[in-house]
Structure formats: structure tokens, C-alpha cells
Design a protein around this ligand. Structure first.
Ligand SMILES: Nc1nc2c(ncn2[C@@H]2O[C@H](COP(=O)(O)OP(=O)(O)OP(=O)(O)O)[C@@H](O)[C@H]2O)c(=O)[nH]1
Ligand SMILES: [Mg+2]
Length: 301
């Protein structure tokens, strides 16, 4: 047990990051952890699973749950994403409700406020992307939101520039219960390496493709073999799409697109795992997987 834990007053507990798609929840998680474990894109609905990240602060251990953005979900996949986010309400000691400073008022935020009504744990309002607005616009947002419900604190941040992260953690530590570390100090997430690798591949699809394609894509790791003598990891992954036309775009002219996705993903997987990676990608059409409960389960949703 570390010194500060023995002294007493050490805090530990769970905080979920909640908000509409694209507000910057995953960017904030990575900023707080000082490491990239959650994928990020400029398109909404990037995160599909609960991403657990462990922050070891001198005053306590904060376990953050990054969640899919809450929205009006139509497909089964999207319904499952929203459920993942809402389910965290039952297992946390506090919630960070994130909004964007540059467009704070919208139907999705109203929807989320409604879901937060039944949450008895402290709900903090985190106003992200303050780098995008002039300072004078912040106060009116804070005033408006404090009339909508009680927030123990309203914390303006820029997850992109790193502003406000320490203030946020100090405020969160205040509401966490006293207790020992819940995870070993050297652990940053409970997610398996296979999952993180699949996510990095999906992130590159989000970056390099447009319109329906990122949304119709899921990545399944087929094999993951460590060759310790060579410090090499051999990974094979299938990118599932819904239609032949999407498969064609993902592969690209003479395989160019798939090669680029593979190259960018491999570089990041190598940095993450600290080993050389041999990455092989396949593309497979699986009609309507977003509506098929069995396919969804198999693909991890
Ligand atoms: N200007 C600015 N952009 C930001 C900030 N934080 C995040 N972004 C950008 O906002 C976009 C969405 O970020 P994500 O972290 O993927 O958002 P998210 O809330 O996790 O989105 P979902 O997973 O889709 O729910 C990315 O392009 C980020 O670079 C910020 O503080 N300022
Ligand atoms: Mg996200």
C-alpha cells in the first residue's frame, strides 16, 4: 500500500462521463489519464462501449467510465450504445454531464437532463470546448444550466488544450468515498489489448471514410499471437460492413484504402503495446449486422 493510502483520507470510486455524441468525453478521458485508451473522431457516435480508465491521483484513485454519446437511438446498435451509457448511472459515485460551450442548447442535452433526474449521486456540469468561445459567453451558459437542475460544481474545461483537468479532478475527489485503491496502481484500464487494437482499427475507419461507412463498420480480432522471442505481435482482424459497395470503398482502388487503415492502425498499436506488430486486415460483408441481436453480441455490442 502506498504511503498516502496508509495516512487515511485516501479516496476511491467511480465517475461516469456522460454527454451527447461528440462533446469530447473520450478526449477528456485520455487527457485525465495522460494516455490514449479511448478512440476519438470528429464524427458523432464514435464510442460504442464503456471504456474504463484508472487515474491514480495523489489524493485518490478515480475510475472513469467513458460512455457512448446519448442520442435518440434508432438501430439496435445505437440502442445498445445508449443503454451502456445509462447503465453506468447505477454503478458510479458521481456523474460528469458534459456539454459543449459552442452549442450548449439542444434537444439531446434536454434528453440527458431528463435521464439524470433519477440520479441521486452528485452530477457535475462540465462545459467543454471553452477554447471555441469568447470568455463572455461562458457565464450565461452557467447561469442557464444552474436553473435547470442542481450541480455541486460547474467546471469549464478544454479537453483539447488541457485546461481545467486538475480542477475537475480535485472537485471529483471531494465527493468520492474514502477507501483504498480498487485497481492495482500500474493498471490504466481493464480492457484487453485485443479490444484496444480493434478500436484503433475502427478509429482509422472513422478518420478515413465518410457518410454511412464508419457507422456500418465493426472490427473483430480473429487472431492475436505474441512471438516473444522476436518482440512481435501478429494480429489478424476482420472489418465487418453491411454492403458490398461499402466493402469496395473500404478496400479502395488496388487495396489502397485498406492499406492506409492498416498502416495508421499498426503504428498506434505498436506504440500502445510496445512491440512490433504485423497486422493483417480482411473486409467482410455481414448484411444488417446493426439490427441483428446475435451479430451484435458476437461483435461485442
Ligand atoms: N476545440 C475543441 N475540440 C475538442 C475539445 N474536446 C474534444 N474536441 C474535439 O471534439 C471531437 C469529438 O471528440 P470525442 O472525444 O471523440 O467526443 P466524444 O464525446 O467521446 O464522442 P462520442 O464517442 O461520439 O460520444 C474531436 O474532434 C475532438 O478533437 C475541446 O476542448 N476543444
Ligand atoms: Mg467517445
Amino acid at each position: 500500500m502506498a504511503e498516502e493510502e496508509k495516512k487515511g483520507g485516501f479516496k476511491s470510486g467511480f465517475i461516469s462521463l456522460i454527454g451527447r455524441p461528440n462533446v469530447g468525453k473520450s478526449t477528456l478521458l485520455n487527457l485525465l489519464l495522460g494516455e490514449k485508451i479511448a478512440i476519438i473522431s470528429d464524427k458523432p457516435q464514435t464510442t460504442r462501449n464503456r471504456i474504463l480508465g484508472i487515474k491514480n491521483h495523489p489524493a485518490g484513485q478515480i475510475i472513469f467510465l467513458d460512455t457512448p454519446g446519448i442520442h435518440r437511438a434508432r438501430s439496435r446498435l445505437n440502442q445498445s450504445m445508449v443503454k451502456v451509457a445509462l447503465d453506468t448511472y447505477n454503478e458510479v459515485d458521481g456523474v460528469c454531464f458534459m456539454i459543449e460551450a459552442d452549442h450548449p442548447d439542444n434537444e439531446e442535452n434536454d434528453l440527458i437532463l431528463g435521464t439524470l433526474n433519477k440520479v441521486e449521486k452528485p452530477v457535475f456540469l462540465v462545459i467543454n470546448k471553452i477554447d471555441l468561445i469568447p470568455k463572455g459567453k461562458l457565464l450565461p451558459i452557467m447561469e442557464r444550466y444552474s436553473r435547470l437542475r442542481y450541480f455541486p460544481q460547474i467546471i469549464p474545461i478544454s479537453a483539447l488544450l488541457g485546461d481545467g483537468a486538475e480542477v475537475l479532478m480535485c472537485e471529483l475527489l471531494k465527493v468520492l468515498p474514502e477507501g483504498p485503491r480498487l485497481f492495482p496502481e500500474d493498471l490504466i484500464t481493464d480492457l484487453p489489448e485485443r479490444f484496444l487494437a480493434a478500436e484503433l482499427i475502427r478509429e482509422k475507419v472513422f478518420r478515413l471514410t465518410r457518410e454511412e461507412i464508419p457507422y456500418a463498420t465493426a472490427v473483430a480480432i480473429e487472431n492475436f499471437k505474441e512471438r516473444e522471442e522476436k518482440n512481435l505481435i501478429v494480429i489478424g482482424a476482420t472489418i465487418h460492413v453491411e454492403r458490398e459497395s461499402q466493402k469496395g470503398i473500404l478496400i479502395g482502388e488496388r487495396g489502397k484504402m485498406l492499406k492506409e487503415i492498416g498502416r495508421l492502425a499498426r503504428e498506434e498499436i505498436e506504440a500502445l503495446l510496445g512491440a512490433k506488430v504485423f497486422l493483417e486486415l480482411w473486409v467482410k460483408v455481414e448484411k444488417n449486422w446493426r439490427e441483428d441481436p446475435r451479430a451484435l453480441r458476437r461483435l461485442g455490442y
